[in-house]
Design a protein around this ligand. Structure first.
Ligand SMILES: Cc1ncc(COP(=O)(O)O)c(C=O)c1O
Length: 406
């Protein structure tokens, strides 16, 4: 009888944690080694040829890293996974492995800035062409595809605009046009969205964010849906060299065990904050997939098991007022990144997405007034009090300025 899929939290706690044959350690041991001894020349040769099981060299594989890869593979419903030194190393390894001179890729215009810049600035030097479009409207994808297009690269929810792209619709386009569909699932995590189950080929993550969850590690992962992709990407990663260190892998694996607990708490806080922002007179607009007025509510329901913990908003008074807000908050920390237990606030146009050209940013909806709030696990009342106090300060100042004779 097929083994029933256990609850997400059960899998997160136990996945990739094989019994330790040596001492019965409950936590996966850290194999902090660069290389592995062979018993004979023939055994070494066999390992290189792939005819003998066993490890060779940590850039090519390591038991502590493998434990983390097994856990993420299971949670994402994939075939295999390759952990990397950063989210960017995961993304670049996929591009490095699959894109070539003369090929063209279509991507989401408001992806994490460097994911786009690396294609437009660097891969273009090797003859790779690209079109970054608003993939929240899939007709833009169809319009951008050319005969030489080989890859569709989407991020949903998008960073930082919190727009969504329909993964199922992208799967159909990719199948129809023979494209490799790659999805950056960093914002949703497998708790809330499993792109491979919806038909995507490859998932990438910045594990720096929710999967690790403690703002203390930079790491990434590639999850494949087939053995062929796994083999190609394993070779690609080996030559690209962006492997993860075993100790980093162990830290991420430890963080992964509490993903459900952390993200549910952060999500519930985000919902409360989105309501506060929605009702506050100092706020001009707010976008959060959990809000009843998110323009893609239907898609949120169809594609996600929850709206996540990142939202964006703008305040009256534009960038100047936004800067005051970001410098007034006390509990939320003014810092880039997201997905940790601590709430972070940042200004994408001058920080995370500053490497994009100004026009490209504006066209992608990353306006100068957009503020990103990555909600953490603090007590809801404290977060609400912090953001409300900063917003009240803006309203007071707004009223004072409005009342000042010119
Ligand atoms: C959606 C998304 N993808 C990829 C990355 C890159 O990850 P890393 O910083 O781990 O290289 C980030 C980083 O912020 C991100 O937000």
């Amino acid at each position: 009888m097929a083994k029933e899929r256990r609850g997400f939290d059960t899998e997160a706690v136990h996945a990739g944690t094989p019994p330790d044959p040596l001492f019965g350690a409950v936590s996966v041991p850290i194999y902090q080694t660069s290389t592995f001894a062979f018993e004979s020349v023939d055994q070494g040769a066999g390992r290189f040829a792939g005819t003998e099981p066993g490890y060779i060299y940590t850039r090519m594989g390591n038991p502590t890293v493998a434990a983390l890869e097994d856990a993420v593979t299971l949670l994402e419903g994939g075939h295999g996974a390759l952990a990397t030194s950063s989210g960017m190393a995961a993304i670049v390894t996929v591009f490095f492995t699959y894109l070539q001179a003369g090929s063209h890729m279509v991507g989401t215009d408001s992806v994490y800035g460097p994911s786009r810049v690396v294609v437009e600035k660097y891969f273009s030097r090797f003859g790779v062409e690209s079109s970054f479009v608003d993939t929240s409207d899939v007709s833009n994808i169809r319009a951008a595809i050319r005969p030489e297009t080989t890859m569709l690269y989407i991020e949903t929810p998008e960073n930082p605009t919190i727009r969504l792209t329909d993964i199922k619709a992208c799967t159909e386009i990719a199948e129809d046009r023979g494209l490799l569909l790659v999805v950056d699932n960093t914002f949703a995590t497998p708790l809330l969205q499993r792109p491979i189950e919806l038909g995507a080929d490859i998932v990438v993550h910045s594990m720096t964010k929710f999967l690790n969850g403690h703002a203390d590690v930079v790491a990434g992962i590639i999850v494949t849906s087939t053995d062929d992709q796994f083999r190609k990407l394993r070779a690609g990663l080996n030559h690209h060299g962006g492997c993860i260190d075993p100790h980093q892998a162990w830290l991420v694996h430890r963080g992964l065990k509490t993903l459900g607990l952390r993200l549910r708490q952060a999500q519930s806080n985000a919902m409360a904050l989105s309501e506060l922002l929605h009702d506050h007179p100092a706020v001009e607009w707010v976008r959060y997939p959990g809000a009843p007025d998110h323009p893609q509510r239907d898609l949120v329901e169809r594609q996600m098991d929850g709206p996540g913990a990142v939202l964006c908003f703008g305040v009256h008074g534009g960038l100047a007022a936004g800067k005051r807000l970001m410098e007034t908050v006390q509990l939320a920390t003014l810092a880039v990144s997201l997905g940790g237990v601590e709430t972070l606030i940042e200004h994408p146009a001058s920080m995370t997405h500053a490497s994009m050209a100004h026009e490209a940013r504006e066209a992608a909806g990353i306006t100068d007034g957009l503020i990103r709030l990555a909600v953490g696990c603090e007590a809801e009342a404290d977060l609400l009090a912090d953001i409300a106090a900063a917003l009240d300060g803006l309203s007071d100042q707004h009223l004072e300025t409005a009342g000042t004779p010119s």
